[in-house]
Structures are given as structure tokens and as C-alpha cells.
Design a binder for this molecule. Sequence first.
Ligand code: ZN
Length: 220
Amino acid sequence: MTSSAALEASRQELVALHLELVRSGLVVWTAGNVSARVSPDTFLIKPSGVGYPELDAASMVLCDLSGAVIEGDLSPSSDTAAHAYVYRHMAGVHGVVHTHSTYATAWAARGEPIPCVLTAMADEFGGEVPVGPFALIGGDDIGRGIVETLQGHRSPAVLMRNHGVFTIGRSARDAVKAAVMCEDVARTVHVSRQLGEPLPIAADDVDRLHDRYQNVYGQR
Ligand SMILES: [Zn+2]
């Protein structure tokens, strides 16, 4: 069971992470959301239709893994069913992010995976950023498309066709980082392609880069 102090800290972190989406230029108006698993069977998510500057800790909505509200005065994000489906089917996931960030969503609109042509992509995504199926909002279709695409894939990001980006992480912060990195590489590879055809990275080099970044890089 999550203590009330831990839950309050998660609420505050979630507000800060939404502001990170704004600061990183990934969202306009209210179109983007972050959620955080706070116990094996509950998660916090953004309230629906509330602008980022108005978000505060108390406005975050606590839901169970069916997407039903446990605690909160506001309705949860219209993407709650998709987040809930991911938490139900991927036990190691503790954060989910959804955005319509411009460059990544432009790839999604073409239904085209972002090819792994940057070492930063090998690091973070372990290969291409894959495309998930077209799915209408409401029900489990979006969640199922996310899970089916990301299970057995090293990428924490999926481009849902004609829609936008969903990312997962071992924490909500990791999922936000993946969303920021996804938009960054989507932009760079797009720019590269304006001037020619980006060069692929050999599969074994992708493996080595990914392994090093995931297991060695950073402060230990
Ligand atoms: Zn969306």
C-alpha cells in the first residue's frame, strides 16, 4: 500500500513532469498526458481538459487498472483507458506518456518507423522507433496496439499510426525522457533526410551501443 506521503510526492512529481512536456515543446493546449503507477494496481494521471498551468497535486486523478477513478474531483484524461491497459499488461512499467509532438507525429502520420541512424537512437531505443496500428480512442484498442508493438521490442516509444507518440518507462520520469528523446531524433532524422538518405548503423553496433548505454553509462 502506498503511504499518503509517497502518494503526495508522486502527485507533485507528476505536475512537474507535465510542465516538462511544455518546456520541451511536446504539447499544445491540453493534448498530452503523463501517468505514474503508484502501487501494483493503481496509477495517477492528468485530469481531462485542464491546462498545464492550472495543474496542481490535488487535481491528479487516482485510478485503478480498469481506469476507474478511486480518488479525484475531476474526470481523468480521455487517454486513461490506454494508460490502464499498458499497466495491466506490462508489470515493469511505472510511467506512461502520450503526446502529439510535431516531428514524431509527422512520422506517425505516414505510418513510417524512424530508422535507427543515430547513436543516440541506438542508446535510448535500441533500434528503430516502431509504428503501432491505427486505433480509435475509447476502449482497449489503443492500449492493445501499444502493448503488442512494444512487447518484445527494446524501444520505450511507439508511434501510433495517424495519431501520436506513447512512451513507457520504469518511472514516469523515464517515460518523459523517452518522449523528449523521441521527438528529438524524429526531428534530426527528418532534417537529415531532406539532404539525402541517412546511413544505417550496423545491427551489432546498435546492440553494443544500447547495451553500454543501458548498463554502463551515467552515474552509478
Ligand atoms: Zn492523442
